[in-house]
Ligand binder design. Sequence first.
Ligand code: EPU
Length: 336
Amino acid sequence: MRTLTNISAVPYSTFRFNAQLASVIEFGSVAELESFDSDTTPVVLGEGSNTIFMQDLSAPVCRFVADSKTVTHLDPQHVLIHVEAGHNWHQLVNWTVEQQLWGIENLALIPGSVGAAPVQNIGAYGVELADSCLYVDFYHWQQRKMQRIAAGRCKFGYRDSVFKHALTGKGIITAVGLCLSQQPARVLAYKGLDHLASDATIDTIFSQVIAVRSSKLPDPEVLANCGSFFKNPVVAKQQYIELKAKYADMPGFTQADDSVKVPAAWLIEQQGFKGKRYGDVGCYKLQPLVVVNHGAGTPAELEQLITAVQQQVFTTYGIELEPEVRMLNSAGQSFR
Ligand code: EPU
């Protein structure tokens, strides 16, 4: 266990706001978690690619940094990959592609750790974590014990899971179990991959996902950001029909339950926010759903931007945009 006190939040969030963290505690094993006591509910953090520190944080930040992985053959076609939470997500995807194990290649280049992946059920290019997740191992602070939560009980939804609701603040994810296939299982329907050959190799798909992402999403190492800032809103079919009558170009993707997912990027772009800045915080010029910190951005500027975007989109379309990124106050609670 390693404890750091009174340190800058900059390396702990890819949005790089200059807040102070009272403490960061890194755990290398479950035994170390068992010896941990805290009066305050800790803030659990992976690599900080979906968290913004809006204020100095007094609550302790806890990170599970062990990163081993083990492979078990389940049947002639499938393998179980048990990966500890501290493993970098993209490094894992890269390794599965090298091993020719299918299932998560469309999730290449998503920033962050394996432990963070189930929390918001990361997804991209027609695939989400839920598609291959078998279980999540979770250490419960109060019960002081490990729990294996089967995927069926993780309540995975669009950028959603039980870890954002009933289990928020209750514990820390220590490992994830994934079922991958030794036989090809291609998902090529998403725009950007749909031109690939139906027998494309896993390496081709992996490289194409990287190329598409790199062409429109800024590298957080170069330009601070936390990926998509808002969720894509889902509206009732009737509301979409009425909107479409008024705004003929409005894209929409019908969901299994007949509701319609509207791209937040389109709504934001239509309202003139593409590339727009409030001080050093702004909507990225190539993908306005991504909010970026050009260097010296402040929480006040971010608040101004979010408020303007949400108000304008709501006034025009009657659609509420919900942040996808976690913004934390001084006690470690979500800001909005
Ligand atoms: N669009 C615009 N203007 C733009 C960009 C996009 O109008 O500048 C519209 C277009 O209609 C386009 C649609 O938005 O067809 C979808 O755009 P894109 O394929 O870039 O995807 P997205 O909906 O903006 C989602 C995820 C991303 C994920 C991509 C690819 C959410 C909140 N975001 O973005 O995930 O990489 O699909 O699958 O669901 C993240 O969660 O941080 C993230 C980056």
